[in-house]
Write a protein that binds this ligand. Sequence first.
Ligand SMILES: [Fe+2]
Ligand SMILES: [Fe+2]
Length: 185
Amino acid sequence: MSHNTLYTQQGGTPIGMKGREIVEKAGLDVDKLITMLNKAYCDEWLAYYQYWIGARLAVGIPRDHLEREMKEHAGQELDHADMLATRIIELGGTPEIDPGNWKKLSSCGYLPPDNPTVNELLEQNIQSERCAISVYIKILDYVRGKDMITGHIIRHIMQQEVQHEQELEDIRNDAETLCHCSDSK
Ligand SMILES: [Fe+2]
Ligand SMILES: [Fe+2]
């Protein structure tokens, strides 16, 4: 069994055959697409955990606001992993089953919050969001005009990554303003 192909238990029609055929007929290398989606899938799990653990460890001002935002982002990263897994299976692939491989296969890696100040968490997660946006731009370029379904999913995810980045930038601006106000007292 190929790493990228998921078969039924009875050895019947491979799951995802139809979805794969549609995309193949449009001229895409489906195995390459599955690999790209699987890398993004690994990124999403790592992004989920980076936000989830960072939200619990955050210190500094405005911690409450950042914690709320990071918890919300964590949930959305998990939704993205779910959407990618669904699409990988539709294309006849298997989402990466071993968490031990997530970091190795990911494009954006994992930034541990070993210094969980508000400023540091903002820097790390803004950097990760920018990386995620660049990953999705590449996937979108690859499927453009050939796979509308993947294109639709990736556009939706990308729109949320752009929103995440903006929300973190806004908190960073708020934090800087707070800092300057207390300096001037
Ligand atoms: Fe995401
Ligand atoms: Fe994000």
